[in-house]
Design a protein around this ligand. Structure first.
Ligand code: HEC
Length: 145
């Protein structure tokens, strides 16, 4: 009896250890995906900034703007509750609806940027690009350390 209780305890501990190891791995994976997504948006922003600086062509802004909108849609999924992160404020999970709304706002502004770029007027593109940047900073100010 005693022996099997002990081995059951050991088994439970081993399962517990294996469980926490896989949790840590899942966390690392999500943090890596998150970093990739954010840096990906940073790279698209740089491309657009250069195009705005050189006065176009407006058509070249369409693809990077759409890419930002696509990535924005994935943001909430990259912040599962308690996933942590170096520069993450826990307020994200206390104000979850607001966090999601800020990700959606970025998606909307980026979609409008793609539309402006299709329209071809670089002044409109430049003005809408500022709004996309504003949507990045609105979330960073509230939720990034
Ligand atoms: C809805 C909220 C939200 C929006 C919108 C948002 N970010 Fe972030 N971003 C964060 C948070 C939170 C972090 C910190 C993540 C961490 O430390 O794990 C971050 C981190 C970053 C980083 C650092 C990534 C790293 O790990 O090195 C970059 C670069 C970045 N964001 C770029 C952008 C750009 C560019 C935009 C707009 C096109 C944007 N973000 C929009 C919330 C947001």
């Amino acid at each position: 009896m005693r022996k099997s209780t002990i081995s059951a305890t050991i088994l439970a501990v081993l399962i517990g250890v294996a469980g926490s190891i896989s949790l840590v791995q899942a966390d690392d994976a999500i943090l890596a995906q998150r970093e990739q997504a954010m840096k990906g948006m940073g790279a698209q922003m740089k491309t657009i900034k250069d195009l705005v600086g050189s006065g176009g062509p407006a058509g070249d802004v369409v693809a990077p703007a759409q890419k930002i909108a696509e990535i924005a849609a994935t943001i909430p999924g990259l912040f599962p509750e308690g996933s942590g992160g170096d520069e993450v404020r826990p307020e994200i999970w206390q104000n979850w609806n607001d966090f999601v709304a800020k990700a959606q706002a970025l998606g909307n502004e980026a979609t409008m940027l793609a539309a402006a770029a299709e329209g071809g007027d670089m002044a409109t593109v430049g003005a809408q690009f500022e709004k996309v940047g504003g949507a990045c900073s609105a979330c960073h100010k509230a939720y990034r350390e």
